[in-house]
Ligand binder design. Structure first.
Ligand SMILES: [Fe+2]
Length: 305
């Protein structure tokens, strides 16, 4: 005979309820599932918050990206010449004047022989044009600073940009070109108008050159490389793609503003008639986020082979 006060009620799983009554197995399992789902949602939220925090931080993590620019057309006197290429600053509400100043200081510390600017100086309003060039006028290079315009500059006012650029002592190679001379020997530096918003006149760069002259071309968009029909251009510098800005760990970007998508997204690419160096640029377009497409200052060193 079992005493009444020592009797307990057990449920079907062998668990005893605190008040002695049997628990409902269905409600127990619902509670367990509810707790697991809660943990999954919490982990997912945490993961997304970390991801977003990283995407907000990456635009500040500037990479110095080095390239050897090799050619047997590079004259001996230009061997070792340092070209710094800066593009897609997008000075605007997400890229402050102080950040432009900092990047200019970084470039000046590199002691460049030539600084090339790839356009998209501003974003969102024409009011940023003057303040951007107020900083860019401090850029220093032995043989000068040269630049083209990008699509965003056209949207905010190409003429204002051109005026501000000239006043800042930056030589326009927007459908223009210059010879750089050292000890009487020369190389050609030119550029073309923006591929989306302007026309391209490469003849202004290449008409006066021989096939044996070394020629660098700047085009805001890398897509122009596919339209080059002459073998007079040796290397082209471009931006515009921002490396995709948001990528799948640097391997693939769902959105690239190029007809050729991943092929002309970032890095050094050989196309039919020249080689293209595509920079991820400095700023961001539309949203202040990057993911595995770090902002870049490109440093190219001329190497005679
Ligand atoms: Fe851009």
């Amino acid at each position: 005979m079992i005493p009444v006060d020592s009797m307990h009620v057990f449920d079907s799983t062998g668990n005893r309820s605190s008040d002695g009554s049997a628990t409902n197995p269905d409600s127990n399992s619902t509670r367990i599932h509810g707790r697991s789902a809660g943990r999954v949602v919490l982990a997912l939220t945490l993961f997304l918050m970390i991801l977003l925090a990283y995407m907000l931080i990456e635009p500040y993590w500037v990479q110095k990206k080095y390239y050897l620019i090799e050619s047997d057309e590079i004259p001996q006197v230009f061997d070792g010449t340092k070209i710094v290429f800066l593009t897609d600053i997008h000075h605007g509400k997400f890229y402050s004047k102080a950040r432009v100043r900092k990047v200019v200081e970084d470039v000046n510390r590199m002691n460049a022989d030539v600084v090339l600017l790839g356009g998209d100086y501003v974003e969102g309003s024409p009011k940023y044009i003057q303040s951007c060039f107020d900083e860019l006028k401090k850029l220093r290079a032995v043989y000068g600073v040269y630049g083209v315009l990008g699509n965003h500059d056209h949207w905010q006012g190409a003429d204002s940009c051109r005026h501000a650029m000239a006043a800042a002592g930056i030589k326009s190679i927007d459908n223009g070109a210059y010879w750089i001379t050292k000890k009487g020997i020369r190389i050609r530096i030119g550029g073309v108008g923006d591929h989306c918003e302007d026309k391209q006149y490469p003849e202004r760069t290449i008409d006066s050159v021989n096939v044996s002259d070394f020629v660098l071309l700047v085009s805001h968009s890398p897509d122009y490389a596919m339209e080059i029909t002459t073998d007079k251009v040796d290397y082209m510098f471009s931006g515009h793609t921002h490396g995709g800005q948001i990528t799948l760990f640097g391997k693939y970007a769902p959105k690239v503003p190029s007809r050729y998508r991943q092929k002309l997204r970032t890095g050094l690419v050989s196309v039919k008639n020249c080689k293209v160096i595509i920079s991820n640029g400095i700023g961001t377009a539309f949203i202040p986020l990057r993911f595995f497409a770090r902002p870049q200052i490109v440093i190219g060193e001329l190497r005679r082979i």
